[in-house]
Design a protein around this ligand. Structure first.
Ligand code: GDP
Ligand code: IMO
Ligand code: MG
Length: 422
């Protein structure tokens, strides 16, 4: 039997590209859906049959009964938030315990990790990352420092390990003079979350995934965040703390590079960023506000305004390179339906220097644009690429030529049904 493949669906900008929606659409084609990085900093929106869900830690394949969903070893998980998310789905009628496995190697986010997240942000002053406050950075730091707690620790002398790590965090917080916090209630919920989580299959999911591949089954790796937030390849230090790129699929699930198949790079017809850090295409004018309003660009996790701008070909080409993207998926095309002209950033410029390669330090660069005619047509009811207006076809052609990859899926609205394959 031919071995199965792991296809990856990766956000290739600053996150919130629409990964949740497309993973949900793709799930019927796969046997296993797995998250390999990040944690509750993610917010993946899925809309179908009049229902809307925003998933944080649970993979977006969860609505398809009979498919195995995995929270992989590369993820970090907050038991209290996981419990709230899971109960919401159970209440809506989805039986999770039969279809969701959690890697014992995934790391636990403690309440004190979240306090540390706030303390480190406060200490940074005007250089704040603008994190989601979910304790992501401190948890991955502890992982790298080899002092973190893993899901598997729940099964062995947990209370003692928990108290030891908490005491260590409290010491750091005292050193930072960050002592005005009270986690009593949060901690009680968190412990309840630990008990709730331990009723789930806590597995060595690395073996399960490889076994599935050996049986010829196919796996979809669901990205979180986006390439520009990757700890290595993003706009450091304004990044998240995990590997969001293709390499992260291998380390975050325990699969070999030669088991990777298609690499879907997902982006919006324009750009957004939430949190601080350089963003050369950012629009501070009415056009930026119009994109934000029409696209409802407010964060799914924190409700913050997302910063908006035109599509960034410099960033996309870089992301395609570091990920080895084989196909592109363009989301939220309908948001640009009313614009008379559309722009695309084709280069960055600073101090008379022009570049088309992502610079080491993206601070201070200005975007150089090319302009295209808008289509000024409502795309949201369309079901086939034949119905697309010529100007929209031209925009797709333009991007495909610039990016040297096919755009195989175009999304024209938030609903599962508003997805068009080309
Ligand atoms: P993710 O983090 O990559 O899964 O994306 P988010 O869920 O954070 O953000 C994407 C937002 O855009 C969600 O509110 C989706 O419901 C919405 N969305 C997805 N695709 C489309 C689309 O094609 N058009 C419109 N108008 N909204 C979309
Ligand atoms: P999804 O999976 C958009 C951003 C935060 C902040 C930076 C670091 O929904 O696309 P962190 O809390 O991770 O330490 O924050 O990364 N960020 C995201 N932005 N979408 C996300 O996830 C994000 N996850 C983190 O806003 O700038
Ligand atoms: Mg999101």
């Amino acid at each position: 039997m031919a071995k199965g493949k792991v296809d990856a669906l990766l956000g290739i900008v600053f996150g919130d590209e629409g990964k949740g929606k497309v993973v949900d659409v793709f799930t019927p084609r796969y046997d296993v859906v797995a998250r390999f990085a990040g944690g509750p900093n993610a917010g993946h929106t899925i809309i179908f049959e009049g229902k809307k869900f925003v998933l944080r830690s649970i993979p977006s394949g969860i609505f398809d009964e009979g498919k195995l969903n995995i929270i992989g070893n590369g993820c970090v998980i907050a038991p209290d938030l996981f419990m709230a998310e899971a109960i919401e789905l159970e209440t809506a009628g989805y039986d999770l315990k039969s279809r969701l496995h959690i890697s014992r190697r995934a790391h636990l986010i403690l309440p004190t990790h979240r306090v540390l997240d706030r303390a480190y942000e406060a200490a940074k002053g005007k250089n704040k990352v603008g994190t989601t406050g979910k304790g992501i950075g401190p948890t991955y730091s502890d992982k790298a420092s080899r002092i973190g707690l893993r899901v598997g620790d729940i099964q062995d002398n947990f209370e003692q390990k928990y108290q030891a790590l908490k005491a260590r965090h409290e010491q750091i917080l005292r050193d930072l003079h960050f002592t005005d916090y009270d986690i009593t209630e949060e901690e009680a919920k968190w412990m309840e979350g630990i008990r709730y989580m331990s009723e789930f299959p806590l597995r060595d999911t690395e073996f399960e995934i490889n076994q599935a591949l050996a049986e010829g089954k196919n796996v979809l790796a669901e990205g979180a965040q986006g390439t520009m937030l990757d700890i290595d390849h993003g706009t450091y230090p304004f990044v998240s703390s995990s590997s969001t790129c293709t390499g992260g699929v291998c380390t975050g699930l325990g699969v070999a590079p030669n088991s990777i198949g298609e690499i879907f790079g997902i982006f919006k017809a324009y750009s957004t960023r939430v949190g601080s850090g350089p963003f050369p295409v950012e629009l501070f004018d009415e056009t930026g506000e119009k994109i934000r309003d029409i696209g409802h660009e407010y964060g799914a996790v924190t409700g913050r305004n997302r910063r908006c701008g035109w599509v960034d070909i410099v960033g996309l080409k870089y992301a395609i390179m570091v990920n080895g993207v084989t196909q592109l998926i363009m989301m939220k095309s309908d948001v640009l339906d009313t614009f008379p002209t559309i722009k695309a950033c084709v280069a960055y410029e600073k101090d008379g220097v022009r570049t088309t390669e992502m610079p080491y330090d993206t601070e201070g660069w200005e975007a150089v644009y090319e302009e295209l005619p808008g289509w000024q047509t409502d795309l949201t009811q369309m079901t086939s690429p034949d119905q697309f207006p010529q100007a929209f076809k031209d925009y797709i052609d333009y991007l495909e030529k610039a990016l040297e990859r096919p755009i195989t899926i175009v999304s024209v609205g938030p609903d599962r049904a508003q997805t068009i394959e080309r």
